[in-house]
Design a binder for this molecule. Structure first.
Ligand SMILES: [Zn+2]
Length: 169
């Protein structure tokens, strides 16, 4: 991730990262153009992917809870779409921003450049996820849900099969 990017302001391949900061749900790379001083904050695509899939899963869950099998009224549908579009919409915007500043091929700057703030960033699961790339970030929450549901199903099976449904009573 910390590598040279093409500046969208002056068009030169001189946008370099100078800091990485932690936000509640993702880290942010601060880039500055050494040619025109343009500054931009970019979120690793894995975190945007993670927020996209969490947003979509929450939207699906809310749909199921409020509407079930019934098609909602047009007014309810409109409110639902507006509210549920916020998180995925922001994730898509961050992704678009990230990819609009294209990485410079064979850039002179070393890709593994030490970023000042990295040492201050705790070893949070977010940082781990952010190493996985867009698809990895998107799949992590999905896998987490599958693991939790799978564990619940196995526990339920054991409870009914071996404990006659008395395991938790
Ligand atoms: Zn520039």
């Amino acid at each position: 991730m910390p590598t040279l990017r093409k500046c969208t302001q002056c068009g030169e391949p001189t946008l370099a990262p100078f800091a990485r900061k932690m936000e509640p749900y993702n880290s942010v790379y601060h880039y500055k153009c050494s040619n025109c001083q343009h500054e931009v904050e970019l979120v690793p695509p894995a975190s945007s992917g993670m927020q996209l899939s969490v947003g979509l899963m929450v939207a699906a869950a809310v749909w199921f809870i409020f509407f079930g099998d019934n098609m909602p009224k047009l007014s309810s549908l409109a409110i639902y779409l507006v509210v549920m579009a916020v998180v995925p919409g922001m994730a898509l915007y961050k992704l678009w921003k990230h990819y609009s500043y294209g990485v410079v091929d064979n850039s002179a700057s070393p890709a593994d450049m030490e970023v000042d703030d990295t040492k201050k960033i705790p070893k949070s699961p977010i940082v781990w996820v952010e190493k996985r790339g867009l698809l990895g970030g998107f799949l992590v929450p999905v896998l987490l849900v599958i693991v939790v549901l799978g564990a619940a199903a196995i526990l339920g099976y054991i409870n009914y099969t071996y404990f006659d449904d008395k395991l938790f009573s």
